[in-house]
Design a protein around this ligand. Sequence first.
Ligand code: CA2
Length: 144
Amino acid sequence: MKRIVIINGPNLDRLGLREPEIYGDQTLTDLENLLTEEAATLGVDVQFYQSNHEGFLIDEIGEYADSEVFGLILNPGALTHTSLALRDAIAGSDLPTVEVHISNIYRREEIRQHSITAPACIGVLSGLGFDGYVAALRYLANLD
Ligand code: CA2
């Protein structure tokens, strides 16, 4: 069965606890439950990883690259706007990766409007809330 890993970066473990006006009131566990249900419908296997540490995220992506993982859904959090190292890890993994943002980064402060990681990804979904992750999962489930 095709395996897709959903990776959430710094502070996304705090979803639902603060700033509901930006990120909604649902938690990371709610997101993981939603994607587990969707995966069952699509007939794919999902695995989840969250870390607040850039190096851990990079190590993890490297491990997926050398495994049976088919593709990644990645919300790099604020590392989106700062981390060339994370972009290199995505590019070096050769795994089809969809970047997802809960909020629309293009409607926010200027510093959030540029993604350093996006050029290493197949596409970006930004501003669709949790639906962006669901759409990314459907996309990867149908990708050959
Ligand atoms: O919109 C997104 O998904 C972001 O990737 C979220 C990041 C932000 O730095 C990006 O610019 C856009 C931050 C996630 C922090 O989420 C929190 C949620 C609740 C409480 C505290 C932080």
